[in-house]
Design a protein around this ligand. Structure first.
Ligand code: GLN
Length: 310
């Protein structure tokens, strides 16, 4: 059984391997210089059993996939209502780095676009947390979700920070609108360091499986998140995780998911498993092209669409 499922994963990678569509992300150089042919998949069940194939142990930066997990950690810290007062949960239908807030409340539209993720990052550790506190707590929280001590790609963080004009513009806009009290430069720096945490595809599958169990890390057995926080994070992944392709993703693939510009993709099938892929070439929405193809195949072949009667 184990062997045959590993073979299934390997044949799924073979089926998408020749697709060379899309482009690698330009900044930082760790992304621009990533081997575009790398391809990995991993799945972790809610019992903590892991199946993987391809480059599943290769480390890369987590990028925007961290947004979903840091949102869940902040929900755990503050409760759903208080977080909702600062960041809404409406799909924006816009790219991840758009400069916009809701006209009336000035809240970012959701925590998966950069505006929302910056506010969420600033909330880590409570209102008086320092830059260093947030940095440490994010790394600790992501490590508990992965079940091992994670580290950062310091050089990638520095390079991205040096070119972070757009994220700085978003943070200054948020501060100007009065929805963020912290120093915009501190928040952008912390957020970029959060994007620069190094993970493997196997780590991501385990982290996603923690959402699929309702917050219990399936390998260590630790309760990392409450059921309510996990459900809220999954809900927002379902509606907003894929930015301006969220509707198309939901109708075709039907799995709560989050993409990152390093080419990582995670999805969680509640009560069943976490799924992750890695392949660096991206489509125009910032989603891994072959990662998407793997999710599409597996959703169809294993009946994973949330709205399918199994
Ligand atoms: N670090 C990237 C940014 O903030 C992450 C974007 C992404 O993965 N979609 O621009």
């Amino acid at each position: 059984m184990t062997r045959s499922f590993a073979e299934y994963l390997s044949s799924t990678l073979d089926a998408v391997r020749e697709d060379s569509g899309g482009e690698v992300h330009a900044v930082p150089s760790a992304l621009a210089e990533a081997d575009p042919d790398r391809l990995g998949v991993a799945l972790c069940t809610t019992e903590g059993e892991i199946f993987d194939s391809g480059d599943s142990e290769h480390e890369m930066t987590i990028q925007s996939v961290a947004k979903a997990f840091v949102y869940a950690l902040v929900l755990d810290e503050y409760g759903v209502e208080e977080v909702m007062e600062r960041v809404d949960v409406e799909p924006s239908g816009e790219a991840f780095d758009v400069l916009s807030v809701e006209p009336e409340t000035k809240r970012p539209r959701n925590p998966m676009i950069n505006a929302g993720a910056l506010v969420v990052h600033g909330m880590v550790g409570g209102p008086s947390s320092s830059w260093e506190d947030r940095d440490r707590l994010v790394l600790e929280g992501l490590s508990r979700l992965a079940g091992r001590e994670l580290s950062l790609d310091e050089q990638a963080a520095e390079e991205e920070l040096a070119a972070a004009h757009r994220n700085l513009a978003i943070a200054h806009m948020l501060r100007g609108e009065g929805v963020m009290e912290d120093d915009p430069r501190d928040v952008v720096q912390g957020y970029i360091r959060q994007c620069s945490v190094l993970v493997t595809t196997c780590d991501l599958a385990v982290m996603a499986a923690t959402l699929a169990t309702g917050g219990r890390q399936p390998v260590t057995g630790e309760r990392v998140l409450s059921v309510a926080s996990s459900r809220q994070a999954l809900s927002v992944m379902t509606t907003c995780g894929m930015y301006d392709s969220a509707g198309d993703w939901m109708s075709e693939i039907g799995i709560p998911a989050k993409s990152g510009v390093s080419g990582v993709l995670v999805g969680a099938i509640p009560g069943r498993f976490g799924l992750a892929t890695y392949s660096p070439r991206l489509d125009r929405h910032g989603t891994s092209t072959r990662g998407r193809a793997v999710f599409e195949r597996m959703s169809r072949e294993l009946d994973l669409h949330l709205l399918t009667d199994p």
